[in-house]
Write a protein that binds this ligand. Structure first.
Ligand SMILES: [Zn+2]
Length: 565
């Protein structure tokens, strides 16, 4: 497979300026001293003459194959499971992707032809080989799970169940009769999932039964990643148990259910929401980990720029008006609403929140969950709550024209209304309300602000890598008149589980209608006419706020172009 004449590793490294001749001599001496029990590359790394990356890169060059920096995001989990996990770990092999019967694999020792032949034989595919460092391969393999056939629940840790968290308010329905043969394994699995989800900062745990097993995935920084694939026989018991913990009816498997539990773990008290939905291979279960009971995000933590935070604080401090918060799912609308309510929270004001699902109990706020089937939808809830004279009213969605009108009328009658909506940006939110049938004059008279939101993945500060923009990136930046000389990209280190990202950063645009904009909005002007007026009123787009965060090295250019359109 090697196209280039073999050149010794030491010479290659010297040629590339990564090694000095005297260093090579002492490494070769060491190799003779240990009777050639170690590879030269290993010795060079051990003696700190070269980095693992330099050695792997040179080895790849010697074999005439490409060198790849790999991260868990690069590998396809279905392809990783083509070979037994133990085999991959023992041999330092990572299957990356499979395209038309050609399997791309990363290896740390590309010269090991016996290994490559064996992989071809075992998988039946022809191979495309890339070289990577042993460290990157190991880290990526660790991010994936063992196969079902090698899955042993005892492998997942010596801890007994219930040690790393305590269930508060245990529901009274607990039924000791459900003890099954797999009970200890099930308890361990639940315990493991919750403990690791908390440790890794996951926001959700998904339990998904399929033909081949029970897939357990965590949502970390907005993305799902597979953690475990235990045998499917554990699924029924796990469901029963979690239903008991979260106050659901464990006998009911045919209808969706929602419940919750409160936990004390690692010094935090949290609410975990459970939702089950019947699916083809059994019920899907999602556990959503709420914010600490200590309180949801503070405004400062949402990533507002200094100027915008000032304007936003002023807006939500007003006595009356309609403020819209808009963005797609998972853009931080609820966290922003909660943090705004917290700012207004005080013993002298009546704060009410009407929510499709209460994500998090807020001390000092009257929270009302809507119940559509019972006839307590958004309009009915709003009418009822308005009779109790709230000072600040939060509404988690405006699904119809009645809700929209009621919000505007409440604002007209001197209340501050904060309402979330599902639309692309600030102007789209106003357009959506008009499209629903809310009268433009109501909007022109009441809307005091519209906040558009996105969440971008935040670069890990410990390993992010600065670089000069390439020509394509230069063009993108120029098109947005963004004068940025250094971009940052994800690299991956131990602290970020090799993903290169850690946590998220909010991207915002804030529209504060001036008199001119409000007049034209009230007259029902078309969006195309409103856009320049919004800009004249100081609206800066989500993308330009995103580019500010790129400039600050908080996220990547790709990420901003992916989440803003
Ligand atoms: Zn990192």
């Amino acid at each position: 497979m090697s196209l280039l004449a073999h050149q010794p590793l030491g010479q290659l490294l010297i040629g590339r300026g990564f090694l000095q001749a005297p260093q090579l001599d002492s490494a070769l001496q060491e190799q003779r001293r240990c009777n050639h029990q170690k590879l030269l590359g290993e010795i060079l790394i051990e003696m700190s003459f070269c980095s693992q990356t330099h050695v792997s890169e040179a080895l790849a060059c010697a074999e005439g194959i490409p060198f790849a920096g790999i991260t868990p995001r690069l590998a396809d989990p279905r392809v990783v499971s083509l070979l037994p996990h133990d085999y991959l770990t023992a041999n330092g092999v990572l299957p990356l992707f499979l395209v038309e019967d050609v399997l791309t694999i990363a290896v740390s020792e590309p010269a090991n032809l016996f290994l490559l032949e064996e992989i071809e034989r075992r998988t039946g595919y022809s191979l495309q080989v890339v070289a990577a460092t042993a460290h990157d391969i190991r880290a990526t393999l660790e991010a994936y799970l063992p196969e079902e056939q090698v899955f042993v629940v005892d492998d997942i840790g010596p801890e007994g169940a219930g040690q790393s968290f305590t269930l508060l308010d245990r529901p009274p329905r607990s039924d000791p009769k459900i003890a099954a043969p797999d009970q200890p394994a099930i308890l361990k699995l639940i315990e493991y999932s919750i403990r690791h989800a908390l440790a890794e900062g996951a926001s959700e745990i998904h339990f998904e039964p399929s033909e081949s097993g029970l897939r357990i995935r965590f949502r970390i920084d907005g993305r799902l990643c597979e953690k475990l694939r235990p045998p499917r026989r554990l699924h029924a018991g796990l469901l029963t148990h979690v239903k008991e913990m979260t106050g659901l009816d464990s006998a009911q498997c045919a209808l969706p259910q929602d419940g919750r539990m409160r936990l004390r773990a690692a010094g935090r008290t949290l609410t975990v929401h459970a939702s089950t939905i019947p699916a083809h291979f059994g019920e899907n279960l999602v556990l959503r980990i709420g914010a600490d009971d200590a309180g949801p995000l503070k405004l400062e933590k949402l990533g507002f720029g200094y100027e915008m935070l000032k304007h936003w604080r002023k807006l939500i401090a007003q006595r009356a008006g309609l403020i819209l918060i808009t963005g797609p799912s998972g853009s931080g609308r609820r966290a922003t609403l909660y943090s705004a309510l917290q700012e207004r929270n005080g013993p002298d004001s009546n704060l009410c929140a009407i929510e499709d699902a209460i994500e998090h109990p807020l001390p000092g706020v009257n929270q009302f969950p809507i119940d559509e089937p019972a006839g307590f939808g958004f309009p009915a809830a709003l009418r009822a709550v308005l009779r109790q004279e709230p000072d600040v009213l939060m509404v988690s969605d405006i699904p119809d024209v009645q809700t929209g009108r009621l919000c505007a009328q409440a604002a007209l009658s001197g209340k501050l209304v904060l309402a979330a909506m599902h639309s692309a940006d600030t102007l789209a939110a106003l357009g959506r309300l008009m499209h629903l049938g809310v009268e433009p004059h109501l909007l022109g008279a009441t809307v005091t602000g519209v906040l558009g939101l996105r969440l971008a993945r935040r670069l890990c500060p410990h390993c992010r890598e600065g670089y000069e923009p390439g020509s394509a990136e230069r063009r993108q930046l120029d098109r947005h008149a963004a004068n940025i000389t250094t971009l940052f990209r994800a690299r991956g280190c131990e602290r970020c589980r090799n993903t290169g990202f850690a946590g998220r950063v909010g991207i915002q645009e804030l529209l504060i209608p001036d008199a001119n904009f409000a007049d034209r909005l009230g007259q029902g002007a078309a969006m195309s006419d409103l856009r320049p007026l919004a800009q004249a009123a100081g609206l800066k787009s989500l993308r330009s706020d995103g580019l500010e965060k790129v400039r600050a090295g908080l996220t990547t250019l790709d990420e901003i172009f992916r989440i803003t359109t």
